[in-house]
Design a binder for this molecule. Structure first.
Ligand code: NAP
Ligand code: MG
Length: 476
């Protein structure tokens, strides 16, 4: 398969477009390897109109069993093309190939889950007090705009597109400028799998140029966004004009809480990849580590030792665990934050250096002795940087955890089940794991408290988020 290079609208790659294009740069080599045309306002209008037509003229009324079949077919065809998609994804953003394969498989599983969910999701009958017959319907909204980021481009696209389609909506998908290939091929493969033209439109192009149009267009009923807090806020403001539905997933500054009674070896072995995985460009990265003081030294020693053994290098190699950052810009912003910590004379271990001449690589960086007001402690860094601080008192530690404006994810390590549950109930976060670093499960809701966002992806919660609830009363 050759790289797609045009927007995917109404079931075909659309030849025309603005004349503008984005060159895709392999972050590991800094070389341009493909170029994709950017949509203009005319393309966006055509795509939204086409999606609305497809909604009204068929998709919303298609028998649920037929929708199920199509979504299962999409999952199948994604699996058949897993290697190609994974290779493109790895090249576009520097993701280690083994991770890219897992993520394409995750995307296929998401389609399978929602294919099955279609016939298991519905309304209720309600015994209203005046008698008669009362029931609810879960109805699709219409056109959903899905705006997705570059850190997990394929799975995030799938976990917005699949439940939205399953619920009977049509979707206009806007991938991040640096990672449009896997989204485009999703459109193409879904069409081959039987999805009618117009039901999934894919619009490569700049968010700052077409974002407002997508959000403000009267035919777009819901915006589902994952990305930065800054853009999320703007989307929410603009959406308020049309009282549009929004769901936002905006990142975090997640805690990793290590109590002295935990299996310190296991916790310390797993902690580095829970923050440095995907080169730290992960909204669930456990970037603030709280360690009970009596095990601090032992924990840090093992954390550093494990970090030094991580395989950093060519994303195309099967063994690589950590690739480059996505872009030179991203590396600059991470380096600036590391510099702010070194200006304050914080203890920095193993870090801040560029391990290779070529590629946007940055060595994993461990920062100790930070103050709770330090930028590195407070801000989402989105790079391979961790801060580790000791704590003495459980209640005070929880206050520090909750002092963050974010609340997406986190881990708690302890062998005391009562403590684990007590802390889990107090931490302000949408997703937590106990004695694990696993945050994302296809079957379970995923999303944040506070400024980490609004609404939920995945699980049946996502189906709810892509429907309107209607109540119908029948008089006696
Ligand atoms: P971003 O600007 O929020 O990008 C996310 C998506 O939003 C991309 O598709 C982007 O398109 C689009 N977008 C940009 N401006 C828009 C606008 N005005 N209206 C509508 N859509 C718009 O994020 P970024 O600039 O790539 O990364 C900056 C920081 O955001 C990161 O360092 C990280 O802290 C955070 N981030 C968080 C997540 C997460 O998973 N929660 C993901 C990515 C980034 P373009 O690519 O065309 O700009
Ligand atoms: Mg941006």
């Amino acid at each position: 398969m050759s790289y797609p290079s045009q927007p995917f609208i109404n079931g075909v790659y659309r030849r025309h477009s603005s004349g503008k294009s984005t060159q895709l740069i392999n972050p590991a080599t800094e070389e341009v390897f493909a170029s994709v045309s950017s949509v203009d306002h005319g393309d966006v209008e055509a795509a939204i109109q086409g999606a609305d037509d497809a909604f009204r003229k068929g998709w919303r009324d298609l028998a649920p069993g037929r929708r199920t079949e199509i979504l299962f077919n999409i999952a199948k065809i994604l699996r058949e093309n897993l290697e190609t998609i994974a290779q493109w994804e790895s090249k576009s953003i520097g993701k280690p190939i083994a991770d890219a394969r897992d993520e394409v498989a995750l995307g296929a599983r998401v389609f399978e889950f929602y294919a099955g969910a279609i016939t298991k999701f519905g309304g209720q009958t309600l015994p209203v007090s005046r008698g008669g017959f009362d029931f609810t319907l879960r109805q699709p909204m219409g056109v959903v705009a899905a705006i997705v980021p570059w850190n997990f481009p394929f799975p995030i696209a799938c976990w917005k597109v699949a439940p939205a389609l399953a619920a009977g909506n049509t979707v206009v998908l806007k991938p991040a400028s640096v990672s449009p290939l896997s989204a485009l091929v999703l459109g193409e493969l879904a069409t081959q799998a039987g999805l009618p033209p117009g039901v999934l439109q894919v619009l490569p192009g700049s968010g700052s140029e077409i974002g407002d149009q997508l959000v403000l267009h009267p035919l777009v009923r819901k915006i589902s966004f994952t990305g930065s807090t800054e853009v999320g806020r703007r989307i929410m403001e603009l959406a308020s004009r049309g009282v549009k539905r929004v769901s936002l997933e905006l990142g975090g500054k997640s805690p990793n809480i290590i109590f002295a009674d935990a299996d310190i070896d296991v916790a310390a072995k797993q902690a580095p990849m829970s923050v440095f995985g995907n080169t730290g460009q992960d909204c669930c990265a456990r970037s603030r580590v709280f360690v009970e003081r009596k095990v601090l030294d032992a924990f840090v020693e093992q954390f550093v030792a494990v970090t030094r053994q991580l395989k950093i290098g060519d994303p195309a190699s099967e063994e690589t665990q950590i690739g480059p950052l996505v872009s030179e810009n991203q590396r600059h912003s991470v380096e600036a934050l590391i510099a702010s910590a070194s200006h304050q004379s914080r203890r920095i271990i193993n870090g801040g250096n560029r391990p290779f001449q070529k590629g946007f690589y940055l060595a994993p960086t461990i920062i100790l002795d930070t103050d709770v007001s330090d930028r590195v402690w407070c801000e989402e860094i989105f790079g391979p940087v961790v801060c580790i601080r000791p704590f003495d008192d459980e209640a005070q530690m929880i206050e520090e955890v909750n002092a963050s404006p974010y609340g997406l994810s986190g881990s708690i390590w302890t062998n005391d089940i009562r403590r684990a549950l007590r802390v889990a109930r107090r931490v302000e976060s949408g997703v937590l794991s106990i004695n694990s670093h696993s945050s994302v499960h296809v079957e379970a809701p995923f999303g944040g408290f506070k400024q980490s966002g609004l609404g939920r992806d995945l699980g049946m919660a996502a189906m709810e988020g892509y429907t309107e609830l209607k109540n119908i009363y029948v008089g006696e």
